[in-house]
Design a protein around this ligand. Structure first.
Ligand SMILES: *[C@@H]1O[C@H](CO)[C@@H](O)[C@H](O)[C@H]1NC(C)=O
Ligand SMILES: *[C@@H]1O[C@H](CO)[C@@H](O)[C@H](O)[C@H]1NC(C)=O
Length: 270
């Protein structure tokens, strides 16, 4: 059991980090400076359990993209992570009276899709080392570009320097996420023969929801014009030609290049 002091300690650490997740920008976060709010305490407790269970620091050593080794390593780890996550959500509900919570990676895995993750844990565990090594190599070095049509459009729309840089960053982020998704699905097809279809769909639904959240965060701040055509192409329910026409071919080429890069990294396995 964790004592109260530990909770408070983590809650204080959490005030500066809780709403941050690595690799993403943030829009309109509010930080509370005084006594930790109720939800911050639930969150801090969850993070301190993560630390105790996995011997790493959630804020700096846990990654949502790709799926973290700590949780897909084996069934015991997945269960440990999820039982603590379920506790966090009951803490939010029962202690803080928060009924509606936004999408989070851990909620997706442990609340929405636990059975699917659990059923496919062998395949996820088997593919993890390739995802961490080969997929990371290829996805961290893909060529990421913005089409001339969108550069022209940003000029026409008089995007500020900051808007341009947010557009570029978001586009990069979508490219890396899409690359990990394609790469993970590719390696599942190679390695998990019998369970490949089911495991691919678990991975796909995780990445799809992650991208939907990316879009929702921009949209809620009325900044959805900062979401590039490529981002729209890979996000379910979005239209790649919404703001800039005729982008399908450009995005096809981007995705084809990505798939080729992935294939060539794994050609050694064939
Ligand atoms: C899109 O492509 C079609 C056919 O290539 C062309 O006729 C049309 O003018 C293009 N639209 C824009 C807005 O560039
Ligand atoms: C883009 O790719 C899809 C298949 O993935 C294809 O059906 C479509 O014709 C392609 N479009 C263009 C404009 O290249």
């Amino acid at each position: 059991m964790f004592n109260f002091i530990t909770f408070i300690l983590f809650a204080v650490v959490c005030i500066s980090y809780c709403h941050k997740s690595r690799g993403r920008r943030h829009f309109g976060d509010e930080y509370r400076i005084n006594t930790p709010a109720c939800d911050i305490v639930c969150e801090g407790q969850w993070k301190s359990e993560f630390h105790a269970n996995f011997h790493k620091i959630y804020d700096t050593e846990y990654f949502e993209i790709p799926l973290d080794t700590a949780i897909v390593k084996n069934r015991a780890n997945l269960k440990m992570f999820c039982s603590s996550t379920i506790q966090k959500y009951s803490c939010l509900r029962n202690e803080c009276k928060i009924q509606r919570t936004p999408w989070s990676a851990e909620k997706h895995i442990c609340v929405g899709h636990f059975d699917n993750f659990d059923r496919n844990i062998n395949c996820l565990s088997l593919t993890d080392k390739y995802v961490q090594r080969e997929c990371s190599n290829v996805c961290n070095s893909i060529k990421i570009e913005i089409s001339q049509a969108e550069i022209d459009r940003m000029a026409e729309m008089d995007f500020s320097r900051q808007e341009k840089s947010e557009f570029v960053e978001q586009n990069k982020h979508c490219n890396v996420i899409a690359c990990y998704q394609l790469c993970h699905e590719y390696i599942i097809s190679k390695v998990c023969i019998d369970s490949a279809v089911a495991a691919r769909s678990v991975v796909k639904s995780y990445y799809d929801s992650y991208l939907e959240r990316e879009y929702t965060e921009l949209n809620k701040d009325d900044q959805d014009e900062l979401y590039s055509s490529f981002c729209r192409r890979v996000t379910p329910g979005q239209d790649e030609n919404e703001f800039t026409a005729n982008m399908t071919r450009y995005n096809n080429l981007t995705l084809d290049r990505m798939k080729n890069d992935i294939r060539s990294v794994f050609s050694i396995l064939d």
